[in-house]
Ligand binder design. Structure first.
Ligand SMILES: [Zn+2]
Length: 143
């Protein structure tokens, strides 16, 4: 059975106990980020405790919106059949400064990607894994 015949081949993450929620939350249509239950700080990648106050952390849904902080255009097909070029980017989430998700930008030609471009999450299902990719929102640049 092919979970997603139309999705391009990608390297999929291993589902580890501390990070599985991040890769599977797309099944509910929401991006989830680990958040301190004491001070409210988001942390990604997730850590067992809050790096700021040592408090308990738990995954919480976020808006799924952000902006392109940095990006590179990758011309190399790392796995057979991988569509190139593609854009590898750090997306700074709207919830917190310097809260980055490393992802691919989809939904526009690679040459159209700009630093500061507003983007929103778009999940690409691969079985139980929902890769959080980001696409332009069409809005004005931020930051
Ligand atoms: Zn904290």
């Amino acid at each position: 059975m092919s979970a997603s015949a139309s999705a391009p081949p990608r390297q999929l993450p291993a589902l580890e106990p501390d990070t599985a929620f991040f890769w599977t939350a797309g099944a509910e249509g929401r991006l989830k980020i680990s958040r301190c239950q004491d001070c409210g700080r988001y942390q990604h990648p997730p850590l067992p405790r809050c790096p700021t106050c040592g408090g308990e952390v738990a995954p919480e849904p976020v808006s799924g919106r952000g902006r392109v902080a940095t990006f590179t255009i990758n011309q190399q097909a790392w796995v057979p059949g991988l569509a190139v070029p593609f854009v590898f980017a750090a997306v700074e989430l709207a919830e917190q400064a310097e809260l980055y998700v490393f992802t691919n930008i989809i939904g526009c030609p690679p040459e159209d990607v700009r630093i500061g471009m507003p983007v929103e999450v778009s999940f690409e299902p691969h079985g139980e894994i929902y890769l959080p990719l980001f696409q332009p929102t069409g809005g004005a640049d931020v930051g």
